[in-house]
Design a protein around this ligand. Structure first.
Ligand SMILES: NC(=O)c1ccc[n+]([C@@H]2O[C@H](COP(=O)([O-])OP(=O)(O)OC[C@H]3O[C@@H](n4cnc5c(N)ncnc54)[C@H](O)[C@@H]3O)[C@@H](O)[C@H]2O)c1
Length: 421
């Protein structure tokens, strides 16, 4: 058994946490509507829910919504640096939830917290990166039979789960929330785009205008970061390995080149590939004195930190989220947020308005899994289209945006083939 129902930094931060959670909720109207309905209908009555997530004000609002629906909520961090300690205090003190997360915790505590969260014997799981699901399958396999289903929040987690499916180790149904259009088209692009720039700015206070910014990975997050860096006046270089995406970046007006060339000229490097050793010792060897590196991909493996350490003669922390590495050849390179996702390590993650949509998908998927328990395929399932469309409809409504409808004649035309030139 977990020795305590929670492990948080300081419960006296609860009032501050509540204010911050309420502030975020103002920008989460879709989740607000779902919360009202959940409070009435109790679709999750008695369900044990465990979430492995960045414990931010937005995650708190999802957790409160699930509790309103009747769930017993347990949360654990999905990254050692992404927890808001005032939020964990409010969730424990004012909402009676079990929370195991402290900003800056060690990897050992992080891993123990995953196991502590599993003591709740979850029937529903929400994961962000696949660590909690992995912990069930590898460390507490006997719990798998209790699990009605799990929903995965991010690209890296979905890739890990698809690999589990391929290897035949999945034991319960998964919903890939990241794959919903109302998630990745908005959260990954506009959320990561804005909050990554925010994190790097807060960490360094640099001026973006005129800087050469190298964005590694032109997926949904890379598109957002490149777009926002350009908007700040930076000269953006994109690095890709997929020809179609590289071509898209070229036609969008970015410079595209191999990282070994960009390494020599970049001022700021941002990795968002979901891959490992994207910036490795060969790139580190040719970077300019003073180059800054940050990662916004899920794990801290995109920048080869062991190689950076090996090339360095000393390292010191010069600002809260800035480590200066002095290399043996005399150059200084700067690593932000220990190579962990910078938008959460040095800022607050995505703005609430975009998490409104991601977490509306999470809440509706939780309800869907309970409603269809026992009938869901044990594989990585897409978010049902009706949920995706409903989230978009509600968000437009909340934003006061009306759209047109197809006429009966247009519907017929679009589903026929007979009419032509
Ligand atoms: N920081 C955040 O808040 C946040 C939010 C959403 C997603 N993520 C994470 O960001 C990462 C990227 O997510 P995404 O949705 O953009 O994924 P994506 O699959 O859409 O894009 C990743 C891109 O990186 C490219 N790539 C892979 N290896 C590369 C390499 N060695 N060099 C250059 N390019 C390479 C791929 O070809 C692909 O185009 C994932 O780890 C995801 O979990 C973080």
């Amino acid at each position: 058994m977990a020795s305590r129902r929670y492990n948080i930094k300081d419960i006296s931060l609860a009032a501050k946490g509540r204010q911050r959670i309420d502030w975020a909720f103002r920008e989460m109207p879709v989740l607000g509507l779902i919360r009202k309905r959940f409070a009435r209908e109790k679709p999750l009555a008695g369900i044990s829910f465990a979430g492995c997530a960045h414990i931010t004000t937005e995650t708190a609002n999802l957790a409160i919504t699930l509790k309103a629906g009747g769930a017993k909520v347990t949360l654990t961090a999905s990254n050692p640096l992404s927890t808001d300690d005032s939020v964990t205090a409010a969730l424990v003190k004012e909402h009676g939830m079990s929370v195991y997360a402290v900003k800056g915790e060690s990897v050992a505590v992080y891993n123990k917290s995953l196991l502590d969260a599993l003591e709740a014997r979850p029937q529903l799981i929400m994961d962000d990166g696949g660590d909690l699901i992995s912990a069930v399958l590898t460390k507490r396999p006997e719990l798998a039979k209790n699990v009605i289903g799990a929903a995965e929040e991010t690209t890296t987690g979905v890739i890990r789960l698809q690999n589990m499916e391929r290897e035949g180790v999945l034991r319960f149904p998964i919903f890939a929330v990241n794959s919903a259009d109302t998630k990745h088209l908005f959260d990954n692009r506009y959320g990561t785009g804005q909050s990554t720039i925010d994190g790097i700015t807060r960490a360094t206070n640099i001026l973006w205008a005129g800087k050469k910014v190298v964005v590694c990975g032109y997926g949904w997050t890379g598109r957002g970061i490149a777009m926002r860096a350009r908007g700040m006046g930076a000269r953006v270089i994109v690095i890709e390995v997929e020809p179609v995406r590289a071509l898209e970046a070229v036609m969008e007006g970015y410079e595209v080149m191999p990282l070994l060339e960009a390494a020599k000229i970049g001022d700021i490097f941002i990795t968002v590939t979901g891959d490992k050793k994207v910036i490795d010792k060969h790139h580190l060897a040719v970077m300019k004195d003073g180059a800054i590196m940050a990662n916004s991909g899920h794990f801290d493996v995109e920048i080869d930190i062991p190689s950076l350490e090996a090339l360095s003669r000393s390292k010191r922390r010069i600002r809260e989220s800035v480590d200066e590495y002095t290399l043996k050849d005399g150059r200084s390179l700067y690593l932000l947020g220990e190579g962990r996702l910078i938008n959460l390590a040095a800022a607050e993650g995505h703005p609430a308005s975009v998490m409104d949509m991601s977490f509306a998908n999470q809440a509706l998927c939780a309800e869907y899994m309970v409603k269809h328990r026992g009938k869901l395929a044990i594989k990585v399932n897409p978010v049902p289209e009706e949920i995706d469309k409903e989230v978009a409809r509600l968000k437009l409504k909340a934003m006061g945006v009306a759209i047109d409808k197809l006429t009966a004649e247009q519907k017929k035309y679009l589903s026929s083939w007979q009419e032509g030139t």
